[in-house]
Write a protein that binds this ligand. Structure first.
Ligand code: ATP
Ligand code: MG
Length: 401
């Protein structure tokens, strides 16, 4: 592929303290990716409004607190760009433009739409904003031309919608009026022989879908010094027969714990009251784990248990080493020990995981101004990229009269 680093984009809603589900489901990947790729991570305060429009004070309290959670997890503002969604109105502009051609059915069919309305019954979520939020999310991703979106499993359908939105946009607006002439001009730059070879492998790709022809041709095109980035993009679209890829189709990137259960076995979520916060105090962690329900069939200590029916086992799978896991799998069905004994290594592991996080958070807790500065400079960097894309988008649609 290209020598340039691939882009990554993801966001989180500032609606409360981040919990272990956020950490193991997404943040861990964010931290890993900052070493390899060009990463943009944003505070999704507009998205928070979709469910908290009546309680905006919750959002205000959590914007900078959440960034401290990110820094605690190990995000390094020298390596990645951290920013605030509402400070970049270009996101809203792209959302509006995408909305014009997006069929209502696409949004009504997103599984989280009905799901969340069911689960958050105390909130009136039959709003235009709530229906449209996956499309806003599509705009958030597409405006950075991101290749990868590290999220939890609940978000996978939103990334799929984003891909559809990009495809539709490229299909509608990716074909410039003088597309063929522009392609001919680029091919001429490549020289007769190379151009011929390229046309041949294009034919093969379009007839047979042969991936190797595509990879080979794109390796050649993307590495060519004479071609501008725009020309490369256009050639790619010509090769695939889709027009110029103004917007890039991203892919979701899941962790192994892409759906961490909460204390009750359902998905860990702050709105379901079953979460342990990343920076929860030690006494509370201990109490929550001790009170966690276990296999319902195990009423007395002498009753044999089944780890697969127990939320505690799900946590062992993430927190415990092979030896401890084997001890649980072996001992639980034999009732060799009680549930509290089984939970102790888990409590220890969670508290141990917290130590470096608390240490990293401390300077920012002591001096919140530092956090604001990080967001300030990140927002400026992100906006530059967002403006560039919007330039392309307006030109593609023809909004430059
Ligand atoms: P909550 O579900 O606690 O209300 P949220 O839905 O408001 O949180 P988001 O900002 O939507 O939080 O999610 C942030 C990221 O964390 C998303 O990528 C989401 O998939 C991931 N995530 C949230 N909860 C979990 C979980 N229990 N397991 C794995 N990933 C999760
Ligand atoms: Mg969510």
């Amino acid at each position: 592929m290209t020598a340039a680093k691939q882009r990554v984009l993801s966001g989180m809603r500032p609606t409360g303290q981040l919990h272990l589900g956020h950490y193991h489901g997404a943040l861990k990947n964010w931290v890993r990716l900052q070493e390899e790729m060009e990463c943009f991570y944003f505070v999704a305060d507009w998205h928070a409004l979709t469910t908290h429009y009546e309680h905006r004070e919750v959002i205000e309290q959590n914007v900078y607190e959440m960034v401290i959670d990110w820094l605690a997890a190990g995000l390094d503002p020298e390596k990645c760009t951290l920013f605030l969604q509402s400070r970049i109105p270009e996101h809203a502009e792209l959302f509006t433009l995408l909305a014009m051609g997006t069929p209502l059915g696409w949004l009504e069919r997103v599984p989280t739409y009905k799901d969340q309305q069911e689960k958050l019954k105390d909130k009136d979520l039959s709003t235009y904003g709530f229906l449209g939020y996956p499309l806003l999310q599509a705009a958030d991703i597409l405006i950075y031309k991101a290749h990868w979106v590290p999220v939890g499993e609940d978000q996978a359908s939103h990334v799929e919608l984003t891909r559809e939105a990009a495809r539709r946009f490229n299909h509608l607006y990716g074909r410039e009026a003088n597309f063929e002439a522009l392609i001919a001009a680029s091919l001429e730059k490549l020289g007769k022989d190379s151009a011929k070879r390229l046309e041949k492998s294009r034919k093969k790709f379009q007839e047979t879908g042969d991936e190797a022809s595509f990879d080979g041709a794109m390796g050649f095109v993307l590495g060519h010094a004479e071609l501008s980035a725009e020309e490369k993009e256009r050639l790619q679209g010509w090769f695939k027969g889709t027009g110029r890829a103004v917007l890039v189709e991203p892919q979701a990137l899941l962790t192994e714990a892409s759906r961490l259960p909460g204390l009750d076995g359902a998905k860990m979520s702050k709105s379901y009251g079953n979460a342990i916060a990343m920076r929860e105090d030690a006494a509370s962690v201990e109490q929550k784990v001790k009170r966690m329900p276990t296999d319902p069939a195990r009423v007395k200590v002498s009753d044999p248990g089944n780890p697969d029916a127990c939320p505690v086992w799900q946590f062992h799978k993430i927190y415990s080493d092979a030896e401890t896991c084997a001890w649980v799998r072996d001992g639980c069905p034999k009732a060799a020990f009680g549930c509290l004994t089984c939970k102790q290594p888990l409590i220890d592991a969670i508290l141990k995981e917290q130590q470096p996080m608390l240490a990293r958070a401390q300077p920012f807790v002591d001096n919140p101004k530092l956090v604001r500065e990080i967001i300030e400079s990140g927002t400026q960097k992100a906006q530059k990229v967002a403006r560039e894309t919007m330039g392309d988008v307006r030109t593609a649609i023809g909004l430059n009269y």
